[in-house]
Design a protein around this ligand. Structure first.
Ligand code: RIB
Length: 307
């Protein structure tokens, strides 16, 4: 079978809590709101591309528990073509995105995503789909990411790597990738890893391109500061859109999924980033992970209403 995009990535049940303020030490704080949403960087990116019209093949792991069942039902509802791997010795991964008026962070419990092995993926190597684009992130094991690359090597796919979390991203994985999409924090963590003291996204991106010869571009997503796209011969700044931010969870994933969609349609990387910037802005102005990802109709309605 042939697909536009293959995503090998995480499945995470998100339990976001929305708070009136960041809690003080020792404070018990009552949440303003909370939900149970399907999420995970892998799933979010796959769903975003799928909702825009890409033929997406998704591979991700769950555990044998109620959260895994929740995730399986969510995937059935979405209608994404998937290959879910059941890790019998791990819980389904979950995360607690914490959203306050002036901060956003995610507490991530790795579970099944950090249990997946080379052997698990090789179980269906004979039915591995054809594709020219592969999307990877840092929530699965290094072995899973490197196996996905090895299984697709003969197809020579364009590999987009979201280096998040950075601690699971090896130099070998970056060197095997073509487009790296760090956010501000991930760019700083990479700089720290290589002993660079500068916080300048352009400078760090240029150093990454110099260090990793296989990379075509670094796309630094800078939140309110927009996007810095650095290729081997050009630099672009794409300003952020002035939307009202409600929950930035999955905005970066919306960006990655939309960028992959646009590239699969033949867009240039610059045009793909401009489009993906719009899609990421939509996601940041809606609650949740998968629930915040727009279709074409959602985008048209939202941006025709003056947003
Ligand atoms: O990028 C956002 C995702 O990262 C969330 O859906 C959460 O699951 C975390 O892993």
């Amino acid at each position: 079978m042939s697909y536009d995009i293959v995503v090998v990535g995480s499945l995470v049940v998100d339990l976001p809590v929305y708070l009136s303020h960041s809690p003080h030490l020792g404070e018990t704080i009552v949440a303003k709101d909370s939900h149970v949403f399907p999420g995970g960087k892998g799933l979010n990116q796959a769903v975003q591309a799928f909702k825009l019209g890409s033929r997406v093949f998704f591979v991700g792991p769950i555990g044998p528990d109620p959260l895994g069942e929740f995730m399986q039902h969510a995937l059935d509802d979405i209608g994404l073509k998937d290959r879910i791997l059941l890790m019998t010795d791990a819980i389904t991964s979950y995360a607690v995105p914490v959203i306050t008026p002036d901060s956003h962070y995610i507490i991530h419990v790795p579970g099944a995503n950090q249990r997946i092995t080379t052997e698990d993926l090789l179980t269906f190597q004979n039915s591995w789909p054809q594709s020219r684009i592969l999307l990877l992130q840092g929530e699965l094991t290094e072995a899973a990411n490197m196996t996905a690359i090895a299984l697709m090597r003969h197809m020579n796919p364009l590999i987009l790597l979201d280096p998040s979390p950075v601690e699971h991203i090896s130099d070998a994985l970056i060197q095997s990738s073509h487009i790296l999409t760090p956010n501000q924090e991930e760019l700083s963590q990479l700089a720290l890893r290589y002993g660079w003291t500068s916080q300048n996204p352009l400078w760090i991106s240029q150093q990454l391109l110099a260090r990793f010869s296989n990379l075509h571009a670094v796309v630094a997503t800078q939140g309110h500061e927009g996007i810095v796209l650095v290729t081997r011969d050009k630099t672009y700044h794409i300003p952020a859109l002035p939307v009202e931010e409600k929950d930035p969870t999955a905005a970066g994933d919306a960006f990655n999924g939309a960028c992959a969609y646009a590239l699969s349609q033949g867009d240039s990387l610059y045009n793909a980033c401009v489009f993906a910037n719009t899609v990421g802005a939509y996601a940041a102005s809606h609650l949740g992970a998968v629930t915040s990802l727009p279709s074409w109709n959602d985008l048209k309605t939202f941006f025709s209403q003056g947003n």
